[in-house]
Write a new protein. Structure first.
Length: 202
């Protein structure tokens, strides 16, 4: 479980083929200190297991489904990724409950930058939009954000200067793909009300 508060911007060092998946090696800096093998880390919102920790570089195995259903399959060396360690009992919950299980991918359709502030609009499949509401929560590339507007095709978020500075959203451009996880509470409510079962990218 995570909170959606990004702790570090990592940099992809390399992707080693490990058919049918890859081993993702990320320069994680101070985040790697004390990180034990088997620990869970959110990488662009995806919960991955640490399989190596050497000289500030963390290694993760990403399977075929993860590569297909998230933007991790599009990563290249030198790309930046959002990193967050899993929560421990007693940790502050600064964002909202984020499981690290990506529901779908979205596309950045538009961004409006006003000084140091930005508003971003993303398109996602219809089912995911039904699990969103204005002033509710959503995780985009692992970042806990408050929804501003939700339409039939898109949702928008307003970003403060700090978020733009310390996460990948500061440099995201229209047409790029992001990982989206809807609020877990919204999923349970929809299921109890007899809503359709969610399927990735539908």
């Amino acid at each position: 479980m995570f909170s959606g508060i990004i702790e570090s911007l990592g940099m992809v060092i390399r992707l080693d083929p490990e058919p049918p998946g890859v081993r993702l090696v990320v320069e994680a800096g101070p985040l790697s200190e004390g990180m034990v093998l088997g620990a869970s880390v959110s990488v662009n919102g995806c919960c991955l297991t640490v399989v190596g920790n050497e000289q500030g570089e963390l290694s993760f195995d990403a399977g075929a489904e993860t590569l297909e259903c998230t933007n991790l399959g599009q990563l290249q060396p030198s790309d930046r990724v959002n990193l967050e360690r899993s929560l421990k009992i007693g940790d502050s919950l600064g964002g909202h409950f984020v499981t690290g299980h990506i529901d779908t991918t979205g596309v950045l359709e538009r961004r409006e930058d006003e000084g140091d502030w930005s508003t971003l609009w993303f398109s996602v499949p219809g089912h995911s939009l039904r699990q969103m509401a204005s002033k509710g929560s959503v995780a985009v590339d692992g970042i806990s954000l408050t929804l501003v507007e939700v339409s039939e095709e898109t949702f928008s978020v307003a970003l403060i200067p700090h978020t733009l500075e310390v996460t990948t959203l500061g440099n995201r451009q229209p047409g790029e793909t992001v990982n989206v996880e809807t609020d877990v509470l919204a999923k349970y409510v929809e299921k109890q009300l007899g809503g359709p079962v969610a399927h990735p990218n539908q």
